[in-house]
Design a protein around this ligand. Structure first.
Ligand SMILES: Nc1ncnc2c1ncn2[C@@H]1O[C@H](COP(=O)(O)OP(=O)(O)OP(=O)(O)O)[C@@H](O)[C@H]1O
Ligand SMILES: [Mg+2]
Length: 582
């Protein structure tokens, strides 16, 4: 019952600690038995008036020695618990971490981030007590009654048998509640994650909620969930309390039955006074270990629930270790590419792209037509596409993730900057970058002036660089990508938050890559793509037209309409500017 072989096998290092823990507890029990034999013998001799000074000293010394052994063993057992907990935490967290690395950048397809965090932190914490407390107790609770039974058989067989028979009633009672408890606990965990998810989301979006004055409504919604969680928690607690009461009843009842048998046997002259006393004093020890095991019952239940979640994570299918490298020739060819996030809606409906090595290719199109989805496929984040995506003739799905990222830099409007200094963030692009190299890219992205006025490369960034403006973040992310210096660059609206002046500066930088790097540029602003070698116009997951700026204007299709619309807007802006200046 509730011993998971796979779980123990996973943390086999803890086996030896558990074995030593049980052995030490058993030794303490043996010392206790020896002490009680000696003490009851002495009491009986006092009763019959045959006690001597010598027998008193022997009893005292034995008792003292036994107490010392018990003390040392208890300390040792606690230490073993600690060691096995430690081994469990380390081993499991290492396993989870390396599994995540193997799942790679597309892990989000298979498991939610919040679940990973929960499993790795709380789930492992639960298993700590499963290994540290529950498992040793499980084995000791079997061993202790059998040992006592063996000893008491020499004293009085009927009493020993009665006591032994009553012990299994405790696990039987536990098993009875188990099925019910399991359902309850799994509901409890569901409520718990749900509440956690909502809380996190609301906390992160608090400003937005305030702006729309939706905080009150969300507050009530969360109160509702919290109330549900409170109810189920109370149910779990009362289930645990009730099962403890039942176990107590069985333990006391069993001990009483044993004692009554012993006294009856004594009255019938079938057991000595010392023997009878010994049975009375040891009867509780039959039940205490099993009773304690029962109180670890919820630890075991939680442990099993947590281990299920951990194994679910560890069992997620991994892509086979891909070994192919990006070839020398980094031309990108996409043909018949289809993709959908969920079955109902196909996002990409068969698109073809050709990006020869060293060319500058743009993708334009309405919001939501699938540009970022395409970029995510090219950077290996969206797996499970149909059709073919190849780099220099090697299929993308054969290329190892690490190697892919050594060859592709991806800059989007939401590239992540991390808490730390500007230097830390830039060095992600190139770990051994020298200071002047960093200043060079900062200069090129118009960030140098601002940073010089601050703390230079040591300027501190808050989490997600929240102390920079949106445009500054983008320029810094671009600087990092330039430092990364890969043969292929993908820009996804890399200038979307930037003022016109910096945008031009950055576009100049991106254009400077032309001819030296293979560039795929996604932009909603057509003025930025006019000098591309080729422009793909995307619409609803298809590519209705492509060509150079000139040839597309000549076609008079979607591109030229969009161009004219944007042109008149910008001209209007310029003329308006002139008028107000005049
Ligand atoms: N993670 C996702 N899960 C489900 N659907 C998604 C996901 N990401 C995008 N989509 C859907 O895929 C479609 C294409 O989205 P995509 O982000 O590729 O558009 P886009 O062309 O980059 O638009 P924009 O110009 O606004 O950035 C959208 O209709 C969107 O609803
Ligand atoms: Mg997009």
């Amino acid at each position: 019952m509730m011993i998971d072989k796979r779980l123990i096998g996973t943390v086999s290092e803890s086996k030896k600690y558990i074995a030593r823990n049980v052995a030490l507890q058993w030794l303490a029990l043996a010392a206790n038995i020896v002490m009680l034999i000696s003490v009851t013998g002495f009491i009986a001799s006092l009763y019959y008036g045959i006690a001597t000074d010598a027998s008193m000293i022997v009893t005292a010394v034995t008792a003292l020695a036994a107490l010392t052994v018990r003390f040392v063993c208890a300390r040792g057992a606690a230490r073993m618990s600690y060691l096995s907990s430690k081994a469990v935490k380390r081993t499991l967290r290492e396993k989870i971490y390396s599994k995540l690395l193997k799942l790679g950048a597309s892990y989000g397809d298979k498991i939610r981030t919040s679940e990973i965090v929960q499993v790795a932190v709380e789930g492992v914490e639960q298993l700590e007590s499963y290994f540290g407390a529950y498992l040793p107790q499980f084995f000791y609770a079997m061993l202790a009654p059998l040992t006592l039974f063996a000893v008491l058989c020499f004293v009085n067989v009927p009493s020993a048998v009665v006591l032994l028979i009553c012990v299994p009633l405790i696990p039987a009672a536990i098993a009875a509640v188990q099925t019910w408890a399991k359902k309850l606990l799994s509901k409890y965990w569901d409520q718990y994650t749900e509440l956690g998810d909502t809380f996190l989301e609301n906390l992160q979006g608090l400003t937005t909620l305030k702006i729309y004055q939706a905080d009150e409504y969300k507050n009530e919604e969360m109160n509702g969930q919290a109330e549900k969680f409170r109810r189920i928690t109370m149910k779990v607690l009362s289930m645990q309390l009730n099962s403890i009461t039942i176990m107590d009843l069985i333990a006391y009842g069993g001990a009483a039955a044993g004692i009554i048998t012993a006294v009856t046997q004594f009255a019938a002259g079938r057991v000595s006074l010392a023997g009878c006393l010994l049975i009375i004093l040891l009867s509780a020890d039959f039940f205490i270990p099993m009773r304690q095991l029962g109180s670890f019952f919820h630890v075991a239940m939680n442990g099993m629930a947590a281990s299920e979640k951990i194994f679910r994570l560890l069992d997620l299918p991994e892509e086979e270790m891909k070994t192919e490298k990006v070839p020398e020739d980094v031309s990108v060819t996409v043909s018949g590419l289809r993709y959908s996030y969920d079955e109902e809606r196909e996002i990409l409906k068969g698109i073809d792209l050709k990006v020869p090595e060293g060319s500058f290719v743009s993708i334009v199109g309405e919001s939501g037509c699938g540009k970022s989805t395409t970029a995510a496929i090219l950077t290996g984040r969206n797996k499970g596409y149909a059709g073919s995506v190849s780099i220099g003739g090697t299929e993308l799905s054969e290329i190892s993730e690490a190697n892919l990222f050594e060859n592709i830099s991806y800059v989007s409007h939401q590239s992540c900057l991390f808490k730390g200094t500007v230097r830390d963030n830039l060095q992600m692009g190139k770990p051994d970058a020298a200071d002047d190299e960093m200043w060079d890219v900062l200069e090129r992205t118009n960030m140098a002036g601002f940073l010089r006025a601050e703390d230079g490369l040591s300027t501190k960034l808050a989490e997600r660089a929240s102390n920079l403006s949106g445009g500054q973040c983008q320029r810094l992310a671009l600087a990092r990508a330039l430092l990364h210096d890969t043969p292929v660059y993908i820009f996804d609206e890399a200038t979307s938050n930037i003022d016109a002046e910096s945008e031009n500066a950055i576009m100049d930088e991106i254009r400077r890559l032309k001819g030296r790097k293979t560039v795929i540029m996604i932009s909603h602003r057509l003025a930025n793509v006019t000098d591309s070698d080729r422009i793909y116009v995307m619409d609803g997951g298809t590519i209705p037209e492509y060509g150079t700026h000139r040839s597309l204007l000549g076609l008079g299709g979607a591109y030229s309409q969009l161009w004219n619309a944007q042109q008149s807007l910008e001209n209007y802006g310029e003329n308006y500017g002139k008028e107000t200046a005049a």
